[in-house]
Design a protein around this ligand. Structure first.
Ligand SMILES: *[C@@H]1O[C@H](CO)[C@@H](O)[C@H](O)[C@H]1NC(C)=O
Ligand SMILES: *[C@@H]1O[C@H](CO)[C@@H](O)[C@H](O)[C@H]1NC(C)=O
Ligand SMILES: *[C@@H]1O[C@H](CO)[C@@H](O)[C@H](O)[C@H]1NC(C)=O
Length: 524
């Protein structure tokens, strides 16, 4: 329903030159008409009652078990829902209620981060349901972050202790931190590492602080209300520590350093063992992590029970955490929404194709294209072309339109696939259009715009109805299908240079998985 609405707008797509215009269009679209206000009110009442009933049933079904946490959680959720149902902001929250999205905290300034409020207009509704326990834990995390965040009394106190290296009664403030070091590496890897670090913080009741790096503030909105997740620039990281001294163990009892990378040594793998977790009680933990270590947390036995409650469906961990953490800034949101409205919005179906193969050699190139087209038509993702009869264009049996969004590092693929559908009619006369956002001519693109465009591309891929990828081993692809809750079709390698069955297979999980089983080797 939410996406169908846009198609009814028959006018030509307009590329707005600024984000604000785009947003007011959306607002106008969402504003309830006078006649619908009554039914909205009725719906709201029904929803409120339903929400109370639901929450009550949660309370009744789960009697307080080991502690008061459960009951607390349920009543908390109830409070939040009632609060949201009552506070209305021009139709938006009604829409949110309809969408069943209770995850929006009202204390954000909407204008400062539009994507937080408008994401559901572009992305398919998640096929999964977030557990109410995760809702509750995120709320509690936000409270903690507000209390311990940069420049709070508690933060200042803990920082003073760090500077003096004074480990005595180290936890007077009750605040412990995990600092995620920014490698400024590939965006997809950074997002996977950061989401993992956040889950680690959530599990250990630490506050996540993010090293700003070159572009983080340009890419992502603040995810937590009324505080900041950025490590203040004044933090004495560089003056007090460098990597060597950290690795050697600084001798400062207030700080520990861990480096979690894909090829980390055995000693570093032990980060995920029970014993090393017990040792990591320092108020400051500095973490260098540029890979998806989230699945490894599931192997730490003291986290298992909590993780089970947070994510009853294990494969949804990145999906929910990523959607919670990663909101494009208004500048990036402008790139995403302008592109979407101009090229993708009016199609009945959107297909994302990621081609991570370089154009090495003519044969290889043609095989990849054949394989993609064979996969697409075999699974009815792309319409079949009629190479014999050349039907005149008036004979259209199927008005369905498809927009294909191709993300690839070499423009040749895009042009060849598009030309197949330009030079030949489709069998049923379906309309298909091809779009490719970036040419990755990075010599000419300022580094800053490069990562913004990469983020926009990831986001647009995540808004597809269907995703086809040459391989699932690209972090960019993993983030896209994880955020979008999509199981991509993954091409099989063309053997001996010929396309052959099965051309592609459906991935088993929406979760990034290429790096899933890298960390092991605990004693038990
Ligand atoms: C956040 O700050 C705003 C004003 O700056 C305030 O109205 C709101 O109540 C605060 N929210 C929370 C949860 O502290
Ligand atoms: C914490 O320290 C900073 C500067 O060191 C100061 O500006 C800020 O006011 C302090 N916060 C509190 C709550 O005292
Ligand atoms: C590819 O070639 C090898 C040896 O040349 C052959 O054994 C294999 O069956 C071929 N595969 C296909 C799919 O044709």
């Amino acid at each position: 329903m939410k996406r169908g609405k846009k198609n009814s707008d028959a006018g030509d797509p307009v590329i707005n030159s600024d984000t604000r215009t785009g947003s007011s269009e959306l607002n106008a679209m969402m504003k309830p008409s006078l006649s619908s206000i009554k039914s909205m009110g009725l719906l709201l009442a029904v929803l409120m009652v339903a929400s109370v009933m639901f929450s009550l049933s949660v309370v009744l079904r789960d009697p307080p078990s080991d502690d008061v946490v459960e009951t607390d959680a349920a009543s908390r959720v109830l409070q939040i829902r009632l609060h949201q149902a009552i506070e209305s902001d021009g139709g938006l929250s009604e829409k949110k209620e309809q969408l069943g999205d209770f995850n929006v905290v009202p204390s954000f300034d909407k204008e400062s981060c539009l994507s937080r409020y408008e994401a559901s207009l572009y992305r398919k509704e998640s096929p999964f349901k977030q557990s109410s326990y995760l809702d509750y834990r995120l709320q509690r995390y936000e409270d903690l972050h507000r209390r311990c965040g940069p420049f709070t009394t508690s933060y200042n106190l803990t920082l003073d202790k760090l500077k003096s290296g004074d480990g005595s009664d180290g936890e007077v403030s009750g605040c412990r931190y995990v600092i995620w070091l920014n490698s400024n590496g590939e965006l997809g890897n950074r997002m996977l590492g950061l989401a993992s670090a956040f889950l680690y913080a959530l599990l250990t009741n630490r506050v996540l602080l993010v090293e700003l790096g070159l572009d983080m503030a340009d890419l992502f909105c603040e995810p937590f209300p009324n505080t900041s997740w950025f490590l203040p620039l004044e933090f004495p990281l560089n003056s007090l520590f460098n990597e060597q001294s950290l690795l050697r163990n600084s001798g400062n009892p207030m700080v520990a350093y861990r480096h979690v990378v894909r090829d980390s040594s055995d000693q570093q793998k032990l980060f995920f063992c029970e014993e090393s977790q017990v040792l990591l009680e320092t108020p400051w933990l500095i973490l260098k992590a540029d890979s998806f270590f989230l699945p490894s947390l599931f192997s730490v036995s003291s986290f298992k029970q909590e993780l089970q409650k947070l994510f009853p469906e294990k494969e949804t961990a990145f999906h929910f955490l990523g959607q919670y953490l990663f909101h494009p800034t208004n500048v990036v949101w402008g790139l995403i929404t302008r592109y979407y409205h101009a090229y993708l919005a009016r199609a009945d179906q959107r297909i994302g194709i990621y081609i991570g193969v370089s154009e090495s050699g003519n044969d290889q190139f043609q095989h990849s294209i054949n394989q993609i087209l064979a996969c697409g038509t075999r699974h009815k993702l792309l319409p079949e072309v009629d190479k014999q009869r050349h039907l005149p264009s008036s004979q259209v049996l199927n008005r369905k339109s498809t927009a294909v969004f191709i993300s690839s590092s070499s423009p040749g693929y895009f042009e060849s696939i598009r030309d197949v559908y330009w030079e030949n009619p489709t069998v049923m006369g379906e309309i298909i259009s091809f779009h490719k956002p970036s040419h990755k001519d990075y010599q000419k693109t300022p580094r800053n715009m490069e990562s913004k465009r990469a983020w926009a591309e990831i986001y647009l891929l995540s808004c597809s109805d269907v995703l086809v990828v040459t391989s699932s081993w690209y972090s960019l692809v993993e983030v896209a299908h994880g955020l979008g809750g999509l199981k991509p079709w993954v091409l099989n390698k063309a053997e001996n240079g010929t396309a052959h069955e099965p051309y592609c297979v459906r991935a088993r999980s929406i979760e990034p998985c290429s790096q899933a089983s890298l960390f092991h080797g605990c004693k038990d």
